[in-house]
Ligand binder design. Structure first.
Ligand code: FES
Ligand code: FE2
Length: 387
């Protein structure tokens, strides 16, 4: 465990009542939740897109998704379609997925290709983004092939995760990751040695910030998730640390499958003191980390409109497990369980979103169990001068 994680025990689990009580050294909290408007105003969302999503490092995928030259996947950040590809020379590159002729997406879905061929008028781009061919343009005076490459988007990797940044002036990725203690906290996991088994998207009927908040809110776990992972994740001995924009939490208990019982056993290189439970963290602006002792789940939360978002989940396992004959079936159980508790969450965040518009809604007090929520929301609301 990272020495940098200043651990504060805050909760005591009472197995008889299945309730929690705050122990004597729990920090006092003097905050209220945010006003409804920050969750449904399109103007607030426009600022968030410009000031957060167009300026910060965004986790968009894994290197395994672009393992071979020609592999590519597409992604959408608000109005910006993106394609990430491994080019002929073996470099991972990210481009605006916007044809230089009339703006149609040149890459669709994911796959492997030698060229991206725009489906509208057939302009052809290499996997390095350069325009290779554009039919009948030799007579067009304004056409200059050199100026027609797909616009490049900065990208950097950390432990097999691909991040992009639309802002050419942003500090290097490691600057933020280190400021928020991610490399040290997750050093024992060596996530670069893990491999992507499952990636899936879920439509969420709420503002993207509710998705962030919900995934950092431990207050609801015993109540809402009593039928799924609540009993396997007792909050006894829960430790956490918040920072502006996020938090790290450490707890003991099971993993995210029925009854919390791992189908694989601990990740082989994890030290023994981490062979129980796991972590939950929030990396600003939109990544929920759920490393467990046997696998790692990461969720990214993307705004679609003020009251709609998409959650993309990545599940990683040690590479050795992939050769087990029943690996696929077992890994699918991790997907099914994740979807089951996300269904529980989705119903509630839909209800939250609706509640925000009631004239009777007044922001309520924050409990000490919602410390992570406050860490998360500071970045997206307070720092932008909203709420
Ligand atoms: S829009 Fe792509 S070739 Fe015309
Ligand atoms: Fe939840």
């Amino acid at each position: 465990m990272s020495a940098n994680l200043e651990e504060k025990p805050i909760l005591r689990y009472d197995p008889k009542t299945f309730g929690y009580s705050v122990i004597s050294d729990a920090p006092e909290v003097d905050q209220t939740h945010k006003p409804g408007e920050v969750y449904f105003s399109e103007d607030v969302m426009k600022t968030e897109i410009e000031e957060i999503f167009m300026k910060e490092w965004l986790l968009v995928g894994r290197v395994e998704e672009v393992e071979k030259s020609g592999d590519y996947f597409t992604h959408q950040v608000a109005d910006e379609p993106v394609v990430v590809a491994r080019d002929k020379a073996g470099n991972i590159q990210a481009f605006a997925n916007v044809c230089r002729h009339r703006g149609v997406k040149v890459a669709w879905g994911e796959g492997n290709t030698k060229y991206f061929s725009c489906p509208y008028h057939g302009w052809v781009y290499g996997t390095n983004g350069e325009l290779v061919d554009a039919q009948y343009l030799d007579k067009s005076k304004s056409f200059d092939k050199k100026n027609c490459s797909l616009p490049k988007i900065r990208n950097e990797m950390w432990e097999g995760f691909i991040f992009i940044n639309f802002n050419d002036d942003a500090q290097p990725l490691m600057h933020s990751l280190e400021a928020w203690d991610f490399p040290k906290t997750y050093e024992p996991y060596q996530m670069g040695r893990l491999k992507l088994a499952n990636k899936f998207a879920m439509d969420i009927p709420s503002n993207w910030k509710f998705l962030n908040e919900n995934l950092t809110d431990i207050y609801h776990i015993a109540v809402l998730h009593a039928a799924t992972f609540g009993p396997a994740q007792p909050l006894e001995g829960y430790r956490y640390k918040t920072f502006d924009g996020g938090y790290h939490g450490r707890f003991t208990g099971g993993t995210l499958v029925p009854e919390g019982k791992s189908l694989f056993g601990p990740i082989p290189w994890l030290p023994e003191e981490l062979h129980s439970g796991g972590f939950s963290s929030h990396l600003p602006p939109n990544v929920a980390w759920f490393p467990r002792f046997d696998y790692v789940s990461i969720g990214t939360n993307w705004p679609i409109s003020a009251d709609k978002s998409v959650s993309i989940t990545y599940q990683l396992f040690p590479e050795d497990h992939f050769s087990q004959p029943d690996f696929k079936e077992k890994a699918q159980q991790y997907v099914d369980f994740y979807r089951a508790f996300m269904d529980e969450d989705t119903e509630m965040i839909d209800a939250l979103q609706k509640g925000m518009k009631s004239r009777f809604y007044k922001p309520g007090p924050v409990s000490p169990f919602e410390a992570g929520v406050m860490g998360t929301i500071k970045h997206a609301v307070d720092d932008l001068g909203h709420g």
